[in-house]
Structures are given as structure tokens and as C-alpha cells.
Write a protein that binds this ligand. Structure first.
Ligand code: IYR
Length: 221
């Protein structure tokens, strides 16, 4: 039988003014996060990705099953394979699969089927969602709220990387099944997204887009 064990919470109490300052400072930091599509080949300092992944791994999740796996690729040959497979899917997407209105919606972002950043960027992180855990003896252990959990962990990873001074691109070639094969992950893990990580190319520009106002995204009752 399982039993519940509780330990004291480590919680930092802050003054009201400190709370306000931190909330404002964090907003100023995170609003600078922009998806970039042109990367420099500058390497990422050692240990940075590891700590960002540890931060992502603290995400709240269903019954603490931690139903995620992150595959970090820095090897140029593997990045090339990923680029080739992704571009094959994207070619289909842009030329056949995508409906007109979707392509129209993508115009402001200037995206197309060519994905050179998959080779230029120093790291690609494949994020996998585990629908269940397979024990050594082959028994299935249930996972809960998998998409929600992996989505939260991914958000925390993107935030941690931005905080560390790195740029990211959430890339979702669809379908992404080829990532299981290239990244050697079992079939009960579903590729959730591919995060491109590194430094922006020099003088990179980003789309001039606006975020919704507070009054549009929220209601205070
Ligand atoms: N996966 C394609 C298309 C694409 C779709 C959406 I929704 C975007 O916000 C951006 C791109 C691509 O990566 O080009």
C-alpha cells in the first residue's frame, strides 16, 4: 500500500513592493521573447541547456508521472537528417496539405518549406509526450493529463532558455513521426514539438506583430 508523506514547503515570502517589482520585471523580461527563424551557429555554453531542462522538469504535471522526454541534438549529421525529413513534410504542407486560409494566416511570418535553421542552430530539442510508462518487465503505468503536462513543461523550458539568454523557435513539422526514428524514441512516445535553440543570427528581424491587451485576454470577476 502506498502512503502519503509530506515535508515542509520551501516558500519565499516577499514584501508587497518586492512582489510588484518582480512581477513588472518578469513581464519586461518575457515580453522580449520572440520566436526567431534565423540562427547563428555559435555554440551554447556548457551546462546551460542542462539547467534549463532541469527547470522544465519541475513543471506541475498529472500525478507527478513527469510524462516527458527531451532529446538534445547537437550532432551535425543528426541535425541534417532532421532537416531533410522536416523539409519533406513541409514541402507537402506548403504545396498540398495546407488549406488556403492557413497559408494566408502564415504570410505575416514569412515561413516556407525551407528550414536551414535546423542545421544552423547549435541545438535542437525534441520534446516527447509519454502516453504511458513502460516498466522493465513490460507493464504499462498510466500517465494523466499528458498534453497539459508536457505543454506546461515546454512553456517553462522556453521561459528558462529565454531567461538564460537564448533564442528559441517552436517548430512543429506535421506529422512529426520521423522524430521518433531519428531520435530513437519508442512508439508510445509522441513527438510534441521540436524546439530550435541558439543565438539569433546577427541583425535578425522579427515579424511586426502585436499581443492582445490585458482586457482582451482576461476577465476579473
Ligand atoms: N509547420 C509549418 C507551418 C507553420 C504553422 C504554424 I500554425 C506556424 O505558426 C508557423 C509555421 C512551418 O514550420 O513552416
Amino acid at each position: 500500500m502506498k502512503t502519503a508523506e509530506f515535508i515542509p514547503l520551501e516558500f519565499t515570502e516577499r514584501s508587497q513592493s518586492e512582489m510588484k517589482e518582480r512581477a513588472e520585471a518578469f513581464y519586461q523580461l518575457i515580453k522580449q521573447r520572440r520566436t526567431v527563424r534565423e540562427f547563428s551557429d555559435r555554440p551554447i555554453p556548457e551546462g546551460v541547456l542542462e539547467n534549463c531542462l532541469l527547470a522544465a522538469g519541475t513543471a506541475p504535471n498529472g500525478a507527478n508521472k513527469q510524462p516527458w522526454h527531451f532529446v538534445v541534438v547537437t550532432d551535425p549529421d543528426i541535425k541534417k537528417k532532421i532537416r531533410e525529413a522536416a523539409e519533406e513534410e513541409e514541402h507537402e504542407f506548403y504545396n498540398r496539405r495546407a488549406p488556403e486560409d492557413w497559408l494566408e494566416d502564415l504570410v505575416p511570418f514569412g515561413t516556407n518549406e525551407h528550414k536551414p535553421f535546423l542545421e544552423t542552430a547549435p541545438a535542437l530539442i525534441g520534446i516527447f509526450a509519454q502516453s504511458y510508462h513502460l516498466s522493465e518487465s513490460g507493464e504499462k503505468e498510466k500517465h494523466y493529463y499528458v498534453k497539459e503536462s508536457v505543454g506546461i513543461a515546454t512553456g517553462m523550458l522556453i521561459t528558462a532558455l529565454h531567461n538564460a539568454g537564448l533564442a528559441t523557435l517552436t517548430h512543429t513539422p506535421s506529422p512529426m513521426g520521423f522524430l521518433n526514428q531519428i531520435m530513437q524514441r519508442p512508439s508510445h512516445e509522441k513527438a510534441f514539438l521540436l524546439l530550435v535553440v541558439g543565438f539569433p543570427a546577427e541583425n535578425v528581424e522579427v515579424p511586426n506583430i502585436q499581443k492582445k491587451a490585458l482586457s482582451e485576454i482576461s476577465t476579473f470577476l
